[in-house]
Design a protein. Structure first.
Lengths: 381, 308
């Protein structure tokens, strides 16, 4: 659900009012708000609104595609880090694998057989899922810091493979990576790498689809198991959650979304080489999740927008973006460790009806974590 | 704040079920409580008749390096009873618990549920087989609401896979509906339905303790193990809790209770096993245990001249 982001970042009090207001709307009313908002989001690059635009420094539709791509990555990483609480510092590895699968099967520079873009897109997801299992099976027995270090290593391994394995063509890379079908009136392809709008639309559509699917997972046994693992892994195990299996599932889900995003990136850019898949990119992905509020789908989209958009909009400071995001993260960790929007997920498919029937009202929404300003009554532990 | 739900005709009036209950007559309330107890009652097949041994701890020894925490402990828990496991601090009660629930693997000996050895069954596997527990120091899922916590318990019996959840399969819908129904009944059963929508970490202490019991019951256990459920309670709260534990037993569950408070243990249990320094020193009816010289010595100490 992509609402409540824009106005919700102001004051904590205001945000609570907004989320409470949102929570108490009926489904129909929520759709009434969502649909126009989504339409607006779709038409943003066409409208090219004055203050928001990144021009003349950077082509606005392409900038919007960048933002959307980051949002997709953040949603995927949020499944792993935010929902299941598995700190993954090598997420860029999955992103890279997705990009390389796309390049290998569509670029004329590759010796492999060439397939259409729309066939390779799901293939990229499947391949990254397989890599998710390969990475997850040995490492998910580890916890916390140890897992983080191993995933960091995984990201580096993928990058080094791209550097050193000859068929992956290192720095020279793959040119003319495939794109979806469709042509303009003059016969030029609809999806080319100078026009960002079709790519943006494709990406936003995929984001919406992924949000639905991730939402389905969240409001199911799977999502509940993930949050249980995040909150207390031992207790989850003892309450009958097969933690290892669910952690693998989290990894696979996250990997698939990362791979999808990587494949889109490769398609839009039309070129893939070993650059752009370094640890710093991984950190930037993670920064988007942490900044927006890990465990909150709307939050991480917001975080991704900030991380991707600011350097494009303010080109003058783009050079210092790591410095700025670093300082911003430190400040955030001091004053708002739960991120701009705190973690909140609905974990029951029939939760609304249940709370309504029991209590005549919705659930407690204010999610602002253990460190919120108001004291939490009663918890003596 | 209450807008009409598109969720079906059974949606209660303003204030919901909890508010409604307060306006019921005693009779209606009893009727409702009976309905709740009915939903909560166990509906699993148990291979053991009532009164027969459900879980058997057979010659279990638990060694940590040189320390023998449990030394050849044997006792049985009969279906339908409340068995108290008591002993002074450090007697090995919680270790015994952990050995039974798969947190530790016994160094030697075995634990059998319905005659089948638990052996190398994983911890979640043991829960799925039918042993549920609460924790001495509360371990709820703090970020979830009370209702969600209980639904995690019900998930132990669910089968929806990643794919099923992704496409919202019919099984997913069926399980979700049943889980929420059961969880709501459980919250009412343990008496905390009025805070169902609150996050677990924001609940008062007594509610958290009860929520743990509800979550454990949600896994449909054949044996419910309570690890010091009354720790930190005042006498009135303890009294309430004793009532709840009895109700759980009367509803058809078998309960193993670790407790420090002798009054509570004597008042609620059917039989008692006493541990001291990892050894079983007595087993029997509460009245006999009260008179047992070894137990008295363990709890009160022995005058110096009686030793040796």
């Amino acid at each position: 659900m992509t609402t409540t982001t824009t106005p919700a970042t102001k004051a904590p009090g205001k945000r609570r009012v907004i989320s409470e207001w949102w929570n108490n709307l009926s489904r129909v009313q929520q759709w009434g708000v969502l649909v126009p908002l989504v339409v607006l989001i779709y038409f943003l690059p066409v409208l090219n609104p004055p203050i928001i635009t990144t021009q003349p420094g950077y082509d606005f539709p392409i900038a919007m595609f960048e933002v959307a791509r980051y949002a997709l990555v953040a949603i995927g990483l949020n499944v792993v880090v935010g929902q299941a609480g598995l700190l993954d510092l090598g997420y860029v590895g999955f992103f890279a694998i997705g990009a390389y699968v796309m390049a290998l099967f569509t670029s004329p520079d590759s010796s492999l057989s060439h397939l259409p873009f729309l066939v390779v897109l799901p293939m990229a997801m499947v391949v990254t899922m397989i890599f998710g299992v390969i990475l997850g099976t040995p490492t998910l027995r580890l916890r916390g810091d140890y897992l983080a270090i191993v995933t960091l290593g995984f990201g580096e391994i993928v990058r080094l493979l791209a550097d050193n394995v000859d068929p992956l063509r290192g720095n020279s890379g793959f040119k003319e990576v495939g794109h979806p079908p469709g042509a303009n009136a003059d016969g030029s392809p609809l999806f080319n790498n100078s026009n960002g709008i079709p790519w943006y639309w494709l990406c936003v559509t995929l984001i919406i689809a992924i949000l639905f699917l991730v939402g389905n997972l969240e409001r199911s046994r799977v999502g509940r198991a993930w949050v249980a693992i995040r909150d207390d892994e031992d207790a989850a195990e003892i309450m009958g959650v097969p933690t290892f299996k669910f952690k693998i599932w989290a990894f696979i889900s996250g990997a698939a979304i990362g791979g999808l995003s990587g494949a889109l990136y490769a398609g839009q850019l039309g070129f893939v080489n070993n650059q752009k898949f370094d640890v710093v990119t991984s950190m930037l992905f993670l920064a988007a999740v942490i900044l927006g509020g890990s465990g909150n789908k709307v939050g991480v989209i917001l975080g991704a927008c900030v991380v991707a958009y600011i350097p494009l909009r303010f080109q003058a400071i783009a050079e210092y973006k790591y410095l700025i995001f670093g300082v911003a993260l430190i400040v955030l960790m001091i004053f708002r460790p739960q991120g701009l929007l705190g973690a909140r997920q609905r974990l029951l498919a029939y939760g609304r009806q249940a709370y309504q029937r029991l209590l005549g009202r919705g659930e407690q929404i204010s999610s602002d974590g253990a460190l919120q300003t108001e004291p939490t009554p009663g918890s003596k532990l | 704040m209450t807008d009409p739900q598109n969720g079906g005709p059974e949606v209660a009036a303003e204030g919901g079920l909890v508010a409604e209950l307060q306006h019921m007559t005693a009779e209606e309330r009893a009727e409702h409580a009976a309905e709740v107890a009915d939903v909560v009652a166990p509906d699993r097949d148990i291979d053991v008749e009532v009164g027969q041994t459900l879980l058997e701890v057979d010659d279990v020894t638990m060694r940590f390096g040189g320390l023998v925490a449990l030394d050849q402990i044997s006792f049985g828990i009969r279906r339908g009873e409340i068995l108290g496991l008591i002993g002074p601090n450090g007697a090995g009660k919680t270790t015994c618990f952990n050995a039974m629930t798969g947190v530790y693997r016994p160094t030697s000996g075995e634990v059998r549920l319905e005659g089948k050895a638990l052996g190398k069954t994983s911890r979640h596997g043991i829960t799925q087989l039918g042993i549920a527990r609460t924790f001495q120091n509360i371990r709820l899922f703090g970020e979830m609401t009370a209702l969600e916590n209980v639904v995690v318990g019900t998930d132990a019996r669910h089968k929806t896979s990643l794919l099923g959840a992704l496409v919202r399969s019919p099984r997913h819908h069926r399980e979700e509906k049943a889980a929420v129904e059961k969880a709501m009944a459980l919250l009412e059963f343990v008496g905390i339905a009025d805070r169902a929508a609150d996050r677990a970490k924001n609940l008062p202490y007594g509610y958290q303790r009860r929520l743990e019991i509800a979550r454990a019951l949600a896994t449909e256990p054949k044996l419910l193990c309570l690890d010091e459920p009354a720790a930190g309670f005042n006498p009135a709260e303890k009294e309430d809790l004793m009532g709840l534990i009895r109700t759980i037993r009367d509803d058809g569950y078998t309960v193993l209770l670790i407790e420090h408070d002798m009054k509570l243990v004597m008042g609620v249990t059917d039989r008692i096993v006493v541990l001291e320094f990892g050894k079983k020193i007595a087993e029997g009816l509460p009245a006999d245990i009260r008179e047992n010289p070894a137990v008295i010595a363990a709890y009160l100490g022995v005058p110096d001249d009686d030793v040796a």
